[in-house]
Design a protein around this ligand. Structure first.
Ligand SMILES: C[C@@H](CNC(N)=O)C(=O)O
Ligand SMILES: [Zn+2]
Ligand SMILES: [Zn+2]
Length: 503
């Protein structure tokens, strides 16, 4: 007599809702295990071997592959108005490209116009992002001016809108002076927020630009000449000194030189909370000062040893995070500065290629291991912006944001095949080991055996709460130890019969 098959309620029938990833090497920041992963309703429900799971579950065989936490790119500028242009990757195409490359969450920057209410600007960005994103996203808020209203609105954003990070600029026309930086850092510290710093000395840059143009140096080579390494390092040091006065944790964006890294090392060695981030382009490339398409700020440095030095700082935890600083302008937009380098919109691509570039330059070269790769491409960003262990790790109860990564496969980066809107790629022709075969976004297979299948609006805004233990109470981070095996909770599709998938 056949066993009566229980009627499976329709809402549980979708095999898409249930996934089992088998035989993979599961990589977290601190270990690699041979666990199978059962996913249901977008959450990792079970980790372990010989799992008992509902029938009708889709099984993905990850034999010979790594299973990584989905990348978190904490530095993008989608559809941003800047230097008289608008970045061409919007929240749809930017997150589509992110997923294609193995990134399953981005954190973008609200960029208020000078004098604009930061709260209004935040609402505008939510309008831009919420319906378009293909993966989850968060928002930092840039402060392009300082006054009592900004301070009040920072408090509202932290207490009511899930913002915990504010960016200040020490360069550009909306840079803040030292006294304003002091007030912003002090306010961030009181709110339990993180102050992020674009650290370049804007006053020196402005004078250098004036002097270079007056000498007739108008080509793209003038860009790095106007903002050499020491002009970044001076600002990094000043930001650390100011933050120290008010015991404010700071996060230095776009560290591009060993000199800046050593300043951060010294500050951290004296117990100061300073985090450093490196953009993928600074690791993947040696800067070509004559190439207008590579113009971003701070510059991608032209000294050949810099990428190796930056990777060494990431390997030794002097620096903690990699981002893309994806701020893409087409060739035609870059030509706005063909007669004056200071008019070239600053920004490069990276959101799609960050993971492969860091794997190729870091893991493939032997400078970092897969665990450190996970830390600098996902986990550390999750910890700093207080979304760990929901994000940034493979653990029971975490969001099912995962990448099945083939370390042996290679791909050649090209604008002809990338999924970004921008019409060139700074990594053009680069061959990278490390290819995302499957990318799972909140439990949905969005790269399926190499085929991109994103859904616009599948992502959601993710609040980043203040007082991240990793930032404000590091001893507590141990209490957040995620559950690395066993079952999440008991509502494992009770309505259907269970099967054990034999090894
Ligand atoms: C405003 C934005 C422009 N992009 C760039 N890094 O040059 C930034 O400074 O991050
Ligand atoms: Zn910046
Ligand atoms: Zn940026």
């Amino acid at each position: 007599m056949s066993t009566p098959v229980k009627k499976v309620p329709i809402h549980l029938q979708s095999a898409q809702n249930r996934l089992l990833i088998k035989h993979g090497k599961v990589v977290n920041e601190d270990d690699i295990t041979e666990d199978d992963i059962y996913i249901e309703d977008g959450v990792i429900k079970q980790l372990g071997r010989n799992l008992i799971i509902p029938g009708g579950t889709r099984v993905i065989d990850a034999r010979g592959k790594y299973v990584l936490p989905g990348g978190i790119d904490p530095h993008t500028h989608f559809e941003m108005e800047f230097m008289g242009a608008k970045s061409v990757d919007d929240f749809y195409q930017g997150t589509k490209a992110a997923v294609a490359g193995g990134t399953t969450m981005i954190i973008d920057f609200v960029m208020p116009k000078k004098g604009e209410s930061i709260l209004d600007a935040f609402y505008e960005y939510r309008q831009k992002g919420d319906d378009k994103v293909c993966c989850d996203y968060g928002l930092h808020v840039a402060l392009t001016h300082w006054n009592e209203q900004v301070r009040r609105e920072m408090e509202v954003l932290c207490k009511e809108h899930g913002v915990n990070s504010f960016k200040v600029f020490m360069a550009y026309g909306f840079m803040l002076n030292d006294s304003e930086l002091y007030s912003v850092f002090e306010t961030c510290q009181k709110l339990g927020a993180v102050a992020q710093v674009h650290a370049e000395n804007g006053a020196i840059i402005a004078k250098n630009v004036e002097r270079l143009l007056a000498k007739g140096i108008t080509g793209p080579e003038g860009h790095e000449m106007s903002r050499p390494e020491e002009v970044e390092a001076e600002a990094v040091n000043r930001a650390c000194v100011i933050a120290k006065q008010v015991n404010a944790p700071i996060y230095i964006l776009n560290v591009t030189t060993e000199e800046s890294g050593n300043i951060i090392r010294t500050a951290r060695s004296k117990g100061q909370t300073v985090f450093g981030e490196v953009r993928a382009g600074s690791i993947g490339l040696i800067g070509d000062p004559r190439n207008a398409n590579m113009i971003t700020a701070p510059a991608i440095r032209s000294r050949p040893e810099t990428p190796f030095q930056l990777l060494g700082l990431l390997a030794s935890d002097v620096l903690q995070v990699t981002g893309s600083d994806n701020c893409t302008f087409n060739k035609s937009q870059k030509e706005m500065g063909k007669n004056d380098f200071s008019k070239i919109p600053n920004g490069v691509n990276g959101v799609e290629d960050r993971m492969s570039v860091i794997w190729e330059k870091g893991v493939q070269s032997g400078m970092i291991d897969p665990c450190r790769f996970v830390a600098i491409t996902s986990t550390n960003a999750a910890k700093i912006f207080n979304i760990y262990p929901r994000k940034g790790c493979i653990a029971v109860g975490s969001d099912a944001d995962l990448v099945i990564w083939d370390p042996t496969k290679t791909r050649t980066i090209s604008a002809s095949t990338h999924h970004q809107a921008v019409d060139f790629n700074i990594f053009e022709g680069m061959v990278c080991h490390g290819v995302p075969e499957f990318v799972i976004v909140n439990g949905r297979v969005c790269v399926d055996d190499g085929q991109l299948r994103v859904v616009q609006g599948h992502g959601h805004f993710v609040e980043t709460p203040v007082y991240a233990p990793f930032v404000y109470d590091p001893e507590k981070i141990a209490d957040l130890k995620p559950v690395r095996n066993g079952t999440h909770d008991d509502n494992l599709s009770e309505h259907v019969h269970k099967v054990t998938i034999e090894d």
